[in-house]
Design a protein around this ligand. Structure first.
Ligand SMILES: [Mg+2]
Length: 387
């Protein structure tokens, strides 16, 4: 049944309430400074939706939606279907508002709705942190990390000479861990795996992201090359819905399996996590329902001795910063993705924790200012808007 009227959150105490007065979705599109080349092809354009939640206290929260395509469609969904459920409500009741937004479209378990909710949820946590005077990592009951480990992303699926240059650049920038994009043909992939290990030496951690390039037999073969060359994970070897394939691969591959960037909610990863098919879960906070649902996924993973490694590929500064706060707070955090070719969504929208070191020897500092701890440049938002 479709709910035509906004559901009222159950808790209606108004003491100290911070009422939402407006929700504005800003669709942004840009050309990447350098194309990303994966098994899917070449990406040279990227888009996100920046969500602005205004309140009667004067506090403004910002969030980000992973909206690779059709960002205007996400903005429309946010402003027509979700905003009416939010305006007038207490921004602090994040759990209730999440449930209310989830009911905006019945019968749809993931996709654009959960991604749209993600942007609003991040903005609500930003508001809560600003109201409390605490960074989100502390609100999450943080484990207290002041910096987090990251890996360089990524050596693209390009020719040998270019792949070598990218690898050497990341090593030169001080990254002790580097991700390599992998594709077909399998023989070429296995040769690349061995070649880069030799060039990197044994002290650099290497992992591989296949972006679903393989069938099971191919993945087994690539897995053998990864194992022989000491790679630390094999990311998305198979299509995310092929759970049986992942279970079979787990039995036939020594390298830890990583996935989760294509999942939207905790229930979607229940089987792969509870059977410990995956060793590493990689939800993207701007896709997987925001901080609220991503924390549920990571906590569920922790229960099963599965590590949490945030995915942020091609996202903006808000997604990255929200991920840093989760990484700082959650006990099973392993390592986070760090993109080395910064899109305008990372370079121009805000500084990551002004005054902090962005990346040094494979670590990122955790912002200490309230909320996300970043100040959005609204002129940049106007400049980067989708035409
Ligand atoms: Mg990936």
């Amino acid at each position: 049944m479709e709910h035509r009227q906004p559901m009222r959150p159950a808790e209606t105490s108004s003491q100290g309430a911070i009422h939402i007065t407006d929700v504005i979705a800003h669709p942004l599109s840009q050309t990447l400074p350098k194309p990303t080349v994966t098994s899917w092809g070449i990406y040279s354009e990227v888009s996100i939706v920046l969500v602005e939640v205004r309140t009667d206290s004067g506090i403004v929260g910002v969030g980000e939606v992973l909206a690779r395509f059709s960002p205007k469609a996400y903005a429309e969904l946010i402003e027509t279907s979700l905003k009416p459920r939010l305006v007038g409500q207490d921004a602090r009741n994040i759990g209730a508002l999440w449930q209310s937004m989830r009911r905006a479209l019945s019968g749809r378990a993931g996709g654009i709705l959960i991604e749209a909710i993600a942007g609003i949820d991040i903005a609500l946590w930003d508001i809560l942190g600003k109201a409390a005077g605490l960074p989100i990592a502390k609100l999450l009951g943080g484990i207290g990390r002041e910096s987090i480990d990251v890996y360089a992303a990524a050596v693209n699926w390009v020719d040998d000479a270019e792949a070598d240059r990218e690898l050497e650049r990341y090593i030169g920038e001080g990254f002790p861990r580097i991700k390599v994009k992998m594709s077909n043909p399998v023989k070429e992939a296995c040769r690349r795996i061995e070649r880069l290990r030799k060039r990197a030496g044994d002290d650099i951690g290497l992992c591989v992201d296949a972006n679903w390039a393989y069938n099971l037999d191919q993945a087994v073969e690539v897995g053998k090359a990864l194992s022989a060359n000491g790679y630390f994970w094999f990311e998305e070897p198979l299509a995310p819905e092929n759970e049986q394939g992942y279970e079979e691969l787990r039995k036939r591959c020594d390298v830890p399996l990583a996935a989760g960037e294509s999942n939207f909610t905790a229930d979607q990863v229940q089987r792969l996590v509870s059977r410990r098919t995956l060793s590493i879960l990689q939800p993207d906070v701007a896709r997987a329902g925001g901080i609220t649902e991503t924390r549920r996924m990571a906590d569920y993973a922790a229960l099963h001795d599965v590590a949490y490694a945030p995915h942020i590929g091609m996202s903006g500064i808000i997604c990255e910063t929200a991920s840093v706060h989760l990484a700082a707070a959650l006990p099973n955090f392993r390592v986070m993705e760090c993109e080395c070719d910064l899109s305008p969504f990372k370079r121009e929208l805000a500084d990551l924790a002004p005054g902090c070191i962005r990346q040094k020897n494979g670590t990122l500092d955790v912002p200490t200012a309230p909320g996300l701890g970043i100040e959005i440049d609204w002129d940049a938002v106007a400049r980067l808007r989708t035409q």
